[in-house]
Design a protein around this ligand. Sequence first.
Ligand code: FAD
Ligand code: UDP
Length: 366
Amino acid sequence: MEKYDLLIVGSGLFGATCAYEAVSLGKRVLVLEKRDHIGGNIYTEKVEGIDVHRYGAHIFHTTDKKIWEFINKFSEFNSFVNSPIANYKGEIYNLPFNMNTFSKMFGVATPDEAKAVLEKQRAEISGEPQNLEEQAISLVGRDVYTKLIKGYTEKQWNRDCKDLPAFIIKRLPVRFTYDNNYFNDRFQGIPTLGYTAIIERMLKGAEVRTGVNFLDDKEAYLSLAKQCIYTGPIDEYFGYEFGKLEYRSLRFKTEILQEENHQGVAVVNYTEREIPYTRVIEHKHFNYVETPKTVITKEYPTDWREGLEPYYPVNNEKNNELYKVYAECARKEKVLFGGRLAQYKYFDMDDTVAAAFELMAGLYNT
Ligand code: FAD
Ligand code: UDP
């Protein structure tokens, strides 16, 4: 008889949501995590009294009330609204692309004036945009593309904008109002207790082993439980049998500064190609902490290779085709695959929770 009903590989948001749902149904759950801490990429830790997002800024946002209510069970959320600033060679612009951006870029004051400028610039693209460059120009024109998109995107993805899928840029709102809210979603905030506390609470009732790589002894771990959910990279599970999927990785450089307020906002995007990092995060602004010091993190995009953390799937045609091959293999396994790495999808946190709900509903017929 197996000791556990469910083995979950990975203690990120996907694994923790599944663990919570399974424990709620009275299942015996074992979670294996290869890092020395729980939480995956949403992990936060206190530094100088400030919650530091170790793997990049995480702002929870969703339109789905059910998901918002679910996540609020584990921590209160504050009323943080993400309003990042773009710095292009010292020129400051508001994001996402809105009347504040257009006013500064074109010297216009009204939506009609902004639309008239964009109309002219968009005219260079006819028909359905075929790549990120065409999509960006057709949304916001060449000036905004050149100053705020091209450099940032090419360093983030290490590819020419012509070789990237259009959907990446469609994530960002374009508005003809003076509204700097980066997201269109109805619900948004930062957990007052930090994300790690959320994961801890979700995992209550499950047995958790950190510092354990499931793939080091796959068969032995699988024999411990009736079912298994795997949330690591799908290609790694299959020993890269059909080749490697491409991911983007990141290097984070965190510094404690003897300053009260370094940049006046949580996120500044550096949109020129020449500066090697994409964003600087000043963590205290997420939680409105008042301290004499501050903690900042610079985010440097890098190519992924074995041994580095894979952060972003590169969902171009080639990789999506290869993913389909692995997904077909996955269907034949007893194991279930879920999350940003196992489904090879650019999931935000709310998408991750939704995907975990879906998988659990299928597994236990709830
Ligand atoms: P992960 O967090 O990657 O968890 C997978 C876990 O599995 C990891 O802990 C890993 O160590 C473990 N694991 C893998 N292989 C094994 C193995 N063999 N054995 C044991 N353990 C294993 N979303 C938002 O909604 N808002 C944001 O502002 C936002 N910002 C982001 C910024 C960055 C820089 C990044 C990279 C992502 C951001 N996201 C954001 C997305 C968010 O991080 C994901 O939606 C979420 O973390 C996905 O959870 P997951 O459990 O699928 O994956
Ligand atoms: N982007 C950009 N300039 C910016 C911010 C974003 O060109 O100042 C583009 C870039 O291609 C990025 C995409 O928009 O990959 C999505 O941005 P988002 O902030 O949603 O990225 P994430 O937080 O997922 O890294």
